[in-house]
Design a protein. Sequence first.
Length: 98
Amino acid sequence: MQKQSVTNSNADVTSSTVETMPEGMEWMLDAKCRGAAAIEFFPSDGSGVERAMRVCATCSVQSECLEYALEHRIEHGVWGGASERERRRILKRRAATV
Ligand code: SF4
């Protein structure tokens, strides 16, 4: 899945694509969800969330993805193996420790 457009659709990832990748977003090239339908990571029910989280559990950029979502306060979807509710909890916990 491409939550953010990192390449032209159906284009192979090339070195020029990597060079034009916005700084700090290079991890998206290794996302396990690349190419998946967006709806898979923006599920409308709990079983969909669990399916997405199972993919995230095997993703090599899980921590980068989670930090990106937290940093950008992304409210919707599963990011970095965390549901919307889990990300809110993480942000709350972090705010409490600052
Ligand atoms: S952790 Fe999940 S949502 Fe994030 S890039 Fe990997 S598969 Fe996609």
